[in-house]
Design a protein around this ligand. Sequence first.
Ligand SMILES: Cc1ncc(COP(=O)(O)O)c(C=O)c1O
Length: 345
Amino acid sequence: MTGLAQRKGAEFVNDGILSTIGNTPLVRLARLFADAPFHVFAKLENFNPCGSIKDRTALHMLEAAMKSGQVQSGTTIIESSSGNLGIGLAQICLYHKLPFICVVDPKTTSQNLDILRAYGARVDLVREPDPVTGEFLQARLNRVRALRKAIANSYWPDQYSNPNNPGAHELTMSEIVEQLGRAPDYLVCATSTCGTLRGCSDFIRHGGHATSIIAVDAVGSAIFGQAPKKRLIPGHGAAIVPRLFEAGLATRAVYVTDRDCVIGCRRALHDEALLVGGSSGAIVSAVQKISHEIRPGSSCVLIFSDRGERYLDTIFSDEWVRIHLTEAAVKSNTSLREELLQDAS
Ligand SMILES: Cc1ncc(COP(=O)(O)O)c(C=O)c1O
């Protein structure tokens, strides 16, 4: 009998779309690392209603601000985001009839802009990078500050420093422990604001669990002290060290390239029929890289942060990968798919 067939009766009826945020499935991945002597599970955050782990962050930050009175009827929510968080906030703001301004930059995909507008967000485009740092992130944050000054009744969740960002992920980790029946031996998560890393790490430390935490970051991200470098795949990595970051949150960091992300995403699709986003592919490649260090018999939980549909024009487009990520352009008669899968094995 399938899970769907068992789902009968009023106790399974949710109360409004926001009640479907969180409680995502944890699934065993028996094929992706079939030869490995450890057990792999994925927390599928792509099951959130707007498709990513950021739905949790958005809900937790806004609910806390509503509870404290910082957000009331008519308050304009302003946030800088080029993707998942903005979309999550847009849905919640629409549900609660709160005006929302999402500050984006030219790197935001047209698909994300369309989704934001469909959910009623006002999109505010920053066209030039910050003249001092050369970064769009800084320029977007400057724009948020200017908008906040101009709009009297406004609130900035500020995912880079809001404690309710990690707070949301203490619950993510608690769900994992409950679903697995114990704390995993390894937790592998991608990093950007470090909300996921910090929330999971806080839960693990406060609970006295012995879980090793593997943080997966992009080559060229500044979080763990590398020099910032151009990256193509959004989601994980940051051009600044986020205020939520603290030394010691992760047992170790593993760096992955954009090409590693593509390989990991294609492997997840090929082996498990899972269409997931770039940071999930990054995690798959990171586990592959360090698989010899993972203790036999141990359990590894990988957090898959978002769905793959928003990457069809990039990660899952052979043409895009050829143009941007293949050094030797098109090689012999080997198809790109085969080549990437060979690289991964
Ligand atoms: C797809 C994806 N993966 C991973 C992350 C990293 O999460 P965090 O900001 O909690 O570090 C993000 C953050 O935006 C994301 O969008």
